[in-house]
Design a protein around this ligand. Structure first.
Ligand SMILES: Nc1ncnc2c1ncn2[C@@H]1O[C@H](COP(=O)(O)OP(=O)(O)OP(=O)(O)O)[C@@H](O)[C@H]1O
Length: 249
């Protein structure tokens, strides 16, 4: 039987008195496009960092493509493409070299130029990444996440800091990867960007998964009309108690 792409059971993370993630139970099937949504500080990056073994849980378990993410790290990372929230480039290395490093690590045979073309960065292939703007760095990180045709693509806040062309490009990449058969799991606090691309969304608020489902199902649950946006759903679920500044529509 095909294991879920992501499965968590009671997954929790506490920093001192701060409960960043509170007993997360979540299952993402292989082939799904899952939007992991919530305001700043909800616990989205914490979840992704746990799944990628960048941090250890306080309690709970997780499986990534059937593997234990903390004890079977190499097998997990081999089949996962990650585009992190904050990406630091090697200033003196070219875009090509950044990609070659990932291609070598994953023992893949991708063409760096073809990957950079997918993210609109082919013209900068030989430029040192130290010269890149924030948006160019993000595009490079996205290209790196695509190396080796991953079974699971994890994108942490992929829309933040991108111009409208960049936002459309991320949407195109998500669609293309989904059509290829990959699972796409992305986090976003920019709720307005997700309606078009997700099969299912999970809404995280103060470390709790407060709702999960397809958008039509969530609209029904919240008694909202068929044109209600993710932001409308979010505001209804939180009784409008989220600070307006935390939710960028
Ligand atoms: N290293 C850390 N030490 C202490 N607290 C932390 C640490 N990392 C995260 N937190 C806290 O955990 C909570 C969840 O943070 P997290 O970064 O997971 O949120 P997020 O949903 O990804 O937010 P954003 O949309 O701003 O990226 C916040 O209260 C944050 O302050």
């Amino acid at each position: 039987m095909t294991p879920p792409a992501i499965e968590t059971d009671g997954l929790s993370k506490q920093y001192g008195d701060v409960v960043a993630l509170d007993e997360l139970n979540m299952t993402v099937a292989q082939g799904e496009v899952y939007g992991f949504l919530g305001p700043n500080g909800a616990g989205k990056s914490t979840t992704i960092n746990l799944l990628m073994d960048y941090i250890k849980p306080t309690s709970g378990t997780a499986r990534v493509l059937g593997h234990d993410p903390w004890n079977d790290v190499v097998a997990c990372h081999q089949r996962v493409g990650i585009c992190p929230d904050r990406f630091e480039t090697y200033e003196s290395l070219s875009a090509r070299r950044h990609l070659e490093l990932v291609i070598d690590t994953k023992r893949a045979d991708d063409d760096p130029r073809a990957l950079l073309e997918r993210v609109g960065l082919a013209d900068a292939i030989e430029r040192p990444a130290g010269e890149f703007s924030q948006g160019m760095e993000q595009r490079l990180a996205l290209a790196m996440s695509l190396v080796g045709e991953p079974d699971l693509l994890i994108l942490d806040e992929p829309f933040t800091g991108l111009d409208p062309h960049g936002v459309a490009l991320v949407r195109d990449v998500v669609e293309a990867e989904s059509e290829r058969g990959a699972t796409v799991f992305f986090s976003s606090h920019v709720l307005g960007q997700v309606d078009l691309v997700c099969d299912r969304v999970g809404i995280l608020y103060e470390g709790d998964l407060i709702a999960e489902g397809t958008l039509p199902a969530l609209r029904d649950t919240c008694d909202l009309s068929s044109d209600a946006t993710v932001e409308d759903i979010f505001m209804r679920l939180t009784d409008g108690s989220a600070h307006a500044g935390e939710v960028d529509a």
